[in-house]
Design a protein. Sequence first.
Lengths: 264, 300
Amino acid sequence: MPEHRTVALFGGIYANHLALAAALADAQRRGADAIYCLGDLGAFGPHPDKVFPLFKEHDIQSVRGNYDDSIGNERADCQCGYTDPRDNYFAELSYDYTMANTSPPNRAWLKNLPSEIRFQLGAASVLLCHGSPRKMNEFLWESTTSTQFLEYLADEHQADVICNTHTGIKWQRDLSRNRKFVNVGVLGRPENDGRPHVWYTLLSAGDSREITVEFIPVPYDHDRLAAEMRAERLPEEFIATILSGWWTTCLEVLPAKERRRGRF
Amino acid sequence: MTATNNNAIPRVGLSHLDHLWFQVAGTLCNLTCHHCFISCSPHNDFFGFLSLAEVKRRLEESIPLGVKEYYFTGGEPFLNPEMTDILVLTLRYGPATVLTNGTVLKDEWLVRLRAAEELSVYALEFRVSIDGFSPEVNDPIRGEGTFARAMRGVTKLVEHGFLPIITAARTWPIEREQEVVGSFCKMLQAAGYSRPRLKILPTLQLGAETGRTCGYAPEERVTTAMMEDFDQSQLICEHSRIVTDRGVQVCPILIEAPESVLGETLVESQRPFVLSHGVCWTCYQNGAICSNPSSGDKDA
Ligand code: SF4
Ligand code: SF4
Ligand SMILES: [Fe+2]
């Protein structure tokens, strides 16, 4: 198993190659000795093929997200499980676009990504997954996930630190025996707080068993991303999110607390 | 599962106790809806209230089992005089969802509950059931004046800062879904709920519902063959149990069936359940009907 001192963890990329490049530069500046992605390379953004060379150049290993699993296996939909007709309409649009613009070799690469990644960070064992360690597309929101459930996951999956993504909003919880659960957020789109920057997470091993979790904001050229999205005729609703920082679609899955913090 | 006989009745095991339900108001309700699947009414005390002390005991019992979310149903939960205290307490243990008809909510309760939710890291979800987008559709099913009263409940929840999920049993043909849901949303917005949240439930053929349409035919049973290639996590009994005043039972839908009592403790109740009932067939056809959309496809 690989051993690290400081790792940068990237949540869903959603084809945001500009934020990915900015986050990579930032993580290197902060001395990360490894960079991992927790899945969902495509979705939402423009030119999905643009993120793959960055993954290869920087040797970023990734977990397979639901989107990667769908695109890689050419499934019928993205497996987000939306039931609202409007959410579904947008989900389908971006799924069809991403499928059509992801090259066959890149699709094959996505298909073969692992469902989890494990490594040592100092004395702590870390488990990276996409939705939850038991289910790729399970949403774990801060306000709807009890601490005792996270303790159960940590016991069941034998990890000191469990990290996930998939919901799009970062959060963390301290567990017993110095263990932790961390949702690393996403690089793909802002987190519904009215600010256009995105987030990644830096985990560092201290001298004892203590692990430090830092959420890092990533400003990037979001105007340029919006222009690229417009040129690709992606929905104006998505572009509005990139520019304003407020979510305009896929709101049905937000629990009351997280929904209340947003505008729509 | 070893399928020796394809017509055999399958049993479903509990993968993990994700959702713990409480039949907190028993079968007591201020309304008498025609389709109520456990025939609740102001006089049906077949199941009784759960006390705050009993809920507290169960919450404590649920911690070592890693329960993720708590759900409260009845009857009408807010007929239980300890309901506000129960929810305030639960928010110390985890996320809470309460299923209400919205007709008996009091301002002072909502003030307390909103404050408790604000202090908690966990969400308090209200699910208000209505049956249509107008009194003409709703009231013949749920009773005279209930549409207006439920709408006042929704408005009150919104005024207190909640974002209730409005659940409607499907009483219209599925082809008209878009149109029905669209006008329903417009009506909610006109009533002051600017970002309405909706969830449509299939109608169950149980209890009073049997009188309204028809019961189950003998062939309407889940079989072992039907369970092959079926995602069992779609069934509530695969990840939930419910506490009632008779013990721990398999799911909120089947509480009237004596065989649905699985034990006195949560641990005992974790054994598998045989899907012998007709309503299991509806469950199978429609997927989970009782959870919130935010849980992801585990509860689609
Ligand atoms: S459906 Fe709900 S509101 Fe209607 S009688 Fe049953 S418990 Fe009461
Ligand atoms: S009614 Fe549904 S949830 Fe309940 S036991 Fe039958 S299949 Fe399971
Ligand atoms: Fe995802």
